[in-house]
Design a protein around this ligand. Structure first.
Ligand SMILES: Nc1ncnc2c1ncn2[C@@H]1O[C@H](COP(=O)(O)OP(=O)(O)OP(=O)(O)O)[C@@H](O)[C@H]1O
Length: 229
């Protein structure tokens, strides 16, 4: 572990409804690193991601994410952790009755931004980063699936997260649009030093855009070489 470590798990056990899903998980991710998380359906990818964003307390072991101790998280500290993370799901989860700007504003207000000019500037910045500067006034249904996922990524970037946790973010997108979203996240990792943990079933993406891979298999997390982490 060093001062660029953003995820540090040691011997973490993960359970769902009292059943062990993953045992003795060790994982280190550093700032700016791009990591794929793969594994068959039901192998524990989403459970691991939930543990990282504080939605599933570990059933044993030790872990830190963005400086927060996972075992010590509680209702008071979880909002602080969530502010250091950007979470992107397969379903876009945008508020359909609000514009793109309204969706971004909703998050800024929920995370205590107060000054109108600063909010305007930050919304313009994140929309520019995802290539949607002209779309602030549109509603989600006026955007394509790829554009909606870009809005979700813009929303995830608002508070300058140290890591983006993406759970099958391209699962509902066609191959070309999936590539665009993947390349956007990889550019953010390179240019903004944001780590990205990208859960996917899409072996085409892994082949076309190689990066570090961690795999859930037989209740364990293993690295690219098949060594138990
Ligand atoms: N809320 C829950 N309550 C009970 N069991 C759950 C819950 N969520 C997941 N599980 C179980 O935990 C195991 C791991 O599920 P998880 O969703 O983490 O897998 P996954 O690798 O993300 O799968 P997929 O690729 O299908 O999303 C599965 O056996 C699943 O049935």
């Amino acid at each position: 572990m060093n001062d660029r470590t953003i995820v540090h798990l040691q011997g973490i056990n993960i359970e769902q409804a009292g059943q062990r899903v993953l045992s003795e998980v060790n994982l280190n991710i550093t700032k700016g690193e791009f990591v794929y998380l793969i594994g068959k359906t039901g192998s524990g990818k989403s459970s691991l991601l939930k543990t990282l964003y504080g939605a599933l307390p570990p059933a044993g072991g030790q872990g830190q994410v963005a400086g927060f101790e996972l075992q010590a998280l509680n209702r008071r500290t979880i909002p602080g952790l969530r502010r250091r993370l950007g979470v992107v799901f397969q379903d876009f989860n945008l508020l359909s009755d609000r514009t793109v700007e309204g969706n971004l504003r909703f998050v800024l207000e929920a995370t205590d931004w107060k000054k109108e000019q600063e909010m305007q500037e930050r919304m313009a910045e994140v929309l520019s980063e995802v290539g949607l500067s002209g779309s602030a006034g549109k509603r989600p249904h006026q955007l394509s699936g790829g554009e909606q996922q870009r809005v979700v990524i813009a929303r995830a970037l608002l508070n300058r997260p140290e890591i983006i946790i993406a759970d099958e973010p391209t699962g509902n997108l066609d191959p070309e649009t999936s590539d665009d979203i993947l390349l956007l996240l990889r550019r953010l990792a390179d240019e903004q030093d944001t780590a990205v943990l990208f859960a996917t079933h899409d072996y085409r993406i892994l082949e076309h855009f190689p990066a570090r891979i961690v795999r859930c298999i037989n209740g364990r997390l293993i690295d690219d070489e098949g060594v138990s982490l």
